[in-house]
Ligand binder design. Structure first.
Ligand code: AMP
Ligand code: MG
Length: 407
């Protein structure tokens, strides 16, 4: 566990481990056609039903020949076009016109590029002596029949969908979509589009959090804005828990007078922990409400986005059935210094660039937990480990490039 100056703060890795253990994976599965498969999660391994390619075929436009044929010129006896194979068998002294992707005729074992030939009517002279196998894509060289192409827990991207189609599969078995309820708490919050009374602010968190969840391709249930009233919060929680696998709630989770989230969670469910050694963040509650997993995010806008991204998303992805790989982590040279006290792991918004092949990380400016514009020019987190103190320019810093969920 990382050293913390506040002992009740849970290190991020410990928080993630505890949440993973306490968050169930959806069991239900369904068949989905390729047209709706983007970002869905495979529910079982998918094997190839046949070899890819399914036959030896040409990698070039040219002539199919017998390697080692010593004839001065070869006689053109036919053609093999993509979709229209040559039906005979090639004899010594013969060649067949062939196009890219077309089946290699029986008897042929090499393809000569048309650029390396001299064509005189039906007589083809070769400039080079072909080697056996030259310019031939072998049956099964891409995928072998029976090979597992996708494991269970794979999130389907565009290339994956093309691959499934190339295997002749019109659909796949996927996990049902996770249902995630989202709500904001706070008497000061007003929905965008309404007039803003004095002393109020617009509810920005719910929109950012819902958008991040949509990128995750979960079913988002927007519960709306809930005032700082214990009864209203209890009712919203019960409604959310009756419909969703997980609840994402922003605000009301620290120790102010109007912070009713923890008492409501305590009363209706259970709190596993509520302080994590993360900055921005720290007040971050995790627990259960009936059968739903509960994430209580801090209200500060940057904190809510970063804690959803860094703490809740890995758990939601696992709940959705995804096998999540560790994020890509780089090292970069800091061009600026960072203020820091040991205790919490800091996720500063920053600009990663490569200068003469060397990674450099530039601070994204003001880093207050309410300063959403700190994300604007940023493309990465500068990750300052919990035990680290102030960082000087020139030091090496860990960097996690933003993924598509956050930007
Ligand atoms: P809280 O976590 O409720 O103590 O809120 C911390 C800070 O975040 C306060 O300044 C709130 O006004 C602000 N805040 C809380 N919820 C939201 C929200 N949904 N959108 C924007 N700011 C919020
Ligand atoms: Mg509040």
């Amino acid at each position: 566990m990382a050293s913390c100056d506040e002992p009740q703060l849970l290190a991020i890795d410990d928080a993630l481990t505890r949440m993973r253990t306490a968050a169930p994976m959806v069991a239900e599965r369904e068949q989905v056609p390729l047209s709706e498969l983007l970002d869905r999660i495979s529910a079982s391994p998918i094997k190839a039903g046949f070899n890819v390619p399914s036959h030896d075929n040409s990698a070039m436009d040219g002539y199919a020949v017998r390697a080692g044929d010593t004839h001065q010129a070869l006689t053109l006896v036919g053609q093999s076009l993509a979709g229209h194979p040559f039906n005979g068998e090639l004899q010594t002294g013969q060649c067949v016109r062939i196009t890219t992707g077309a089946t290699i005729p029986a008897g042929a074992n090499a393809v000569v590029m048309q650029e390396n030939t001299l064509v005189t009517g039906k007589q083809i002279q070769l400039h080079t002596a072909p080697q056996p196998g030259e310019n031939i894509r072998r049956c099964g060289e891409d995928i072998r029949a029976g090979q597992v192409v996708f494991n269970a827990g794979h999130r389907f991207g565009p290339v994956d969908i093309a691959l499934l189609a190339s295997l002749g599969l019109a659909q796949a078995t996927v996990k049902r979509r996770l249902k995630v309820a989202v709500l904001s708490t706070g008497d000061e919050l007003i929905a965008p589009g309404q007039a803003l009374p004095a002393g109020h602010i617009y509810d920005s968190n719910r929109y950012g959090l819902c958008a991040m969840l949509r990128r995750l391709d979960v079913e988002v249930l927007d519960i709306g804005l809930v005032p700082d009233q214990p009864q209203a919060i209890r009712e919203a929680f019960q409604m959310a828990a009756s419909q969703a696998d997980a609840i994402v709630c922003s605000g009301g989770v620290s120790v102010g007078d109007a912070d009713y989230v923890k008492p409501a969670l305590d009363e209706l469910g259970d709190i596993a922990f509520w302080k994590v050694a993360i900055k921005p963040g720290k007040p971050f509650a995790f627990g259960h409400l009936a059968n739903a997993v509960f994430f209580g995010l801090p209200g500060n806008p940057v904190s809510s986005m970063v804690t959803l991204h860094q703490l809740a998303l890995p758990i939601l992805r696992a709940m959705a059935g995804e096998q999540v790989a560790a994020p890509l982590t780089l090292s970069a040279c800091a061009t600026d210094g960072y203020k820091k006290r040991p205790g919490r792991q800091d996720f500063q918004r920053a600009q990663l660039s490569s200068v003469d092949g060397v990674n450099q990380i530039r601070s994204g400016g003001a880093q207050g937990s309410g300063v959403l514009t700190s994300f604007l020019d940023a493309n990465a987190y500068a990750v300052l480990e919990a035990e680290r103190s102030a960082v000087s320019a020139g030091e090496t810093v860990t960097v996690i490039p933003f993924d598509r969920f956050i930007r």
